[in-house]
Design a protein around this ligand. Structure first.
Ligand code: FMN
Length: 318
């Protein structure tokens, strides 16, 4: 199992955190190429959608799970609230060649958590356990969980960790915020540290998550808070080189990345037809930051509709 190999090295494990609308196949390709973290997560995909979607729409959905061998080890993340659908998704994910399956128990978005999925599962511990059990029973891949420290208050963390550890997920990735906090305030690393003690007491592994913006902080965080590693999400936006230690990419680097990313995105997703290009624009805006003229460039990039247009807009400013 790849997690065991990673943790067995005795070094902090650093991963790209799953981000819906961000960690798609093109961005994961860029990250793997320019700073290869120890592990990469896909965006989350609904197990209900995997079950019910047919035809052309299914093809589109499965694009979310495309990956390049260079990303390995790569983990597919799913969300939902129906155990049998997780069982089905687990088989599909294993057949697709992923290295692991991660269950989202942390998403605070209303459309997810109010249905009882994502962080909503913290409210239904028995169901959360059932989902993990059923998923594990239907795959030989390691099954991990990504979650938050509670629904409304960090005092919920202890019971929640005990609940999870009873069914022994391969890894717990813990974002140090509650569901109610969404993305406000600061990630609570003290609570992550206490969660780490519980997870370790049960012989498990924990990755801390929240507000880590540079790779240079990973070692200190893991030592200070006693976790086995860290997931970085937003810190990688506009900087696929973050995992190689790049803190502040130069203008030249940013522009070169923007063009390459746009080309890769087009290569992968242009078969989706009209408007296929729109999702990559936010990445282009993230690249256009931190140098004179970046604001105007951003505006121009937001109007592009193809990789060629991106290359033209950028050629005017280099
Ligand atoms: C736009 C966006 C999309 C996200 N999508 C997911 C997701 O699909 N699955 C998940 O487990 N977490 C998701 N998250 C949460 C991140 O993985 C991570 O836990 C959170 O951003 C905190 O880490 P960071 O401060 O390093 O970004 C998302 C976060 C953002 C900002």
């Amino acid at each position: 199992m790849f997690w065991q190999d990673l943790f067995g090295r005795g070094l902090p494990v650093v991963g790209l955190s799953p981000m819906d609308g961000v960690t798609d196949a093109a961005f994961r390709y860029m990250v793997a190429k320019y700073g290869k973290p120890d592990v990469i997560f896909t965006e989350f995909v609904s197990v209900d959608a995997l079950h019910f979607t047919q035809g052309e729409r299914r093809e589109r959905l499965l694009q979310t799970f495309r990956f390049d061998p260079g990303e390995r080890p790569v983990v597919a993340q799913v969300f939902g609230r129906t155990p049998e659908l997780f069982a089905e998704a687990a088989e599909l994910i294993e057949d697709m060649g992923f290295d692991g399956i991660d269950i989202n128990m942390g998403c605070p978005a209303k459309k997810v958590s109010e249905q009882g999925a994502g962080a909503g599962l913290i409210r239904t511990p028995k169901l959360a356990q059932e989902i993990i059990r059923v998923t594990k029973a239907n795959t030989s891949l390691p099954v991990s969980v990504k979650t938050r420290i509670g629904v409304t208050d960090k005092t919920e963390m202890e019971e929640w960790m005990e609940t999870l550890m009873e069914v022994a997920p391969a890894v717990v990735s813990l974002h140090g915020r509650t569901l109610r906090q969404l993305y406000t305030g600061e990630a609570d690393w003290e609570t992550i540290a206490r969660a780490g003690e519980i997870v370790h007491h049960h012989g498990g592994y924990i990755l801390g998550n929240g507000d880590v913006k540079k790779i240079q902080d990973v070692r200190r965080k893991t030592l200070e808070y006693g976790v086995d590693g860290v997931l970085i999400g937003r810190g990688a936006e506009g900087n696929p080189g973050i995992f190689a230690g790049i803190k502040d990419p130069t203008k030249e680097q940013r522009l070169a990345w923007a063009v390459e990313h746009a080309r890769k995105f087009e290569e992968i997703f242009q078969n989706l037809g009209v408007n296929y290009f729109m999702p990559v624009r936010k990445h282009l805006a993230w690249y256009a930051h931190g140098f004179p003229g970046a604001g105007e460039l951003r505006q121009n990039l937001m109007m592009t509709n193809s990789a060629e247009e991106v290359a033209e807009v950028i050629a005017r400013v280099v």
